[in-house]
Design a binder for this molecule. Sequence first.
Ligand code: FMN
Length: 246
Amino acid sequence: MNLTPTQELQLNHRSVRRFLPRPLEEGQLQALIRCGQAAATSSFIQAYSIVRVTRPSARAAIAAAAGGQPWIEQAAEFLVFCADLRRINGACERAGKGRLQGFTEHALAAVVDVGLMAQNVLLAAESQGLGGVYIGGIRNDPQVVVDQLQLPSLVAPVFGMCLGWPDEANEVKPRMPVEFVLHQDTYRDVPATDVAEYDAQMAAYYAARGANVKLSDWSQAVASAMQGKKREHMREFLQARGFFLR
Ligand SMILES: Cc1cc2nc3c(=O)[nH]c(=O)nc-3n(C[C@H](O)[C@H](O)[C@H](O)COP(=O)(O)O)c2cc1C
């Protein structure tokens, strides 16, 4: 089957962490955000806010808190995507319904909204020759982000995104076979032999790629990533922001 240009673009995605010292064009960021806003949104809540971070000292503090990720300081744009229940709370109050109760479901809906809008932003950016990378590392110490960006209650940073003109072209990272993730009618565990085949493919990719060559495979890489990214503070942090209260 022939792929559409949109599908080609999607399949060509690779994160970009090295950027040319060149700003985005006039109005380009606003257009990207509009594309993000066009994404579907649960009950039309539009439960996101994006903070464009231009202050070098804020970028430096966040880059350090994210475990030392220099591209946060180097990218033409660094955006922090937040789940935002604050406007919804305002609507509840104006309607005389009292404060938003902060159910887990509301927080989930907001986080899903943020993810959908952000991916639209990134894809729109890639369609214009820009590149970018998500920064979940901001959740290492999310209070730093709150303080730097003066985020009020009911607003929680979910991830960052660096955007700019690419100064590198990484190889596309091979995804799992479709059969791993697409189930028909009922769920089926992936046979261990099939995982082993994907691990072999990923081991070859890690060994041969242009940058950050490593001796690993998919299973090893994710198992070690899961040890390092527990972020045990997140539940308390979100509760303190007014999320996940009941
Ligand atoms: C929510 C989220 C958080 C991420 N956080 C980081 C990060 O903090 N630093 C980083 O360098 N890459 C980060 N990434 C990028 C992933 O490592 C990358 O998407 C994945 O390895 C697949 O590679 P690809 O995007 O080049 O296909 C993140 C991606 C997502 C979706």
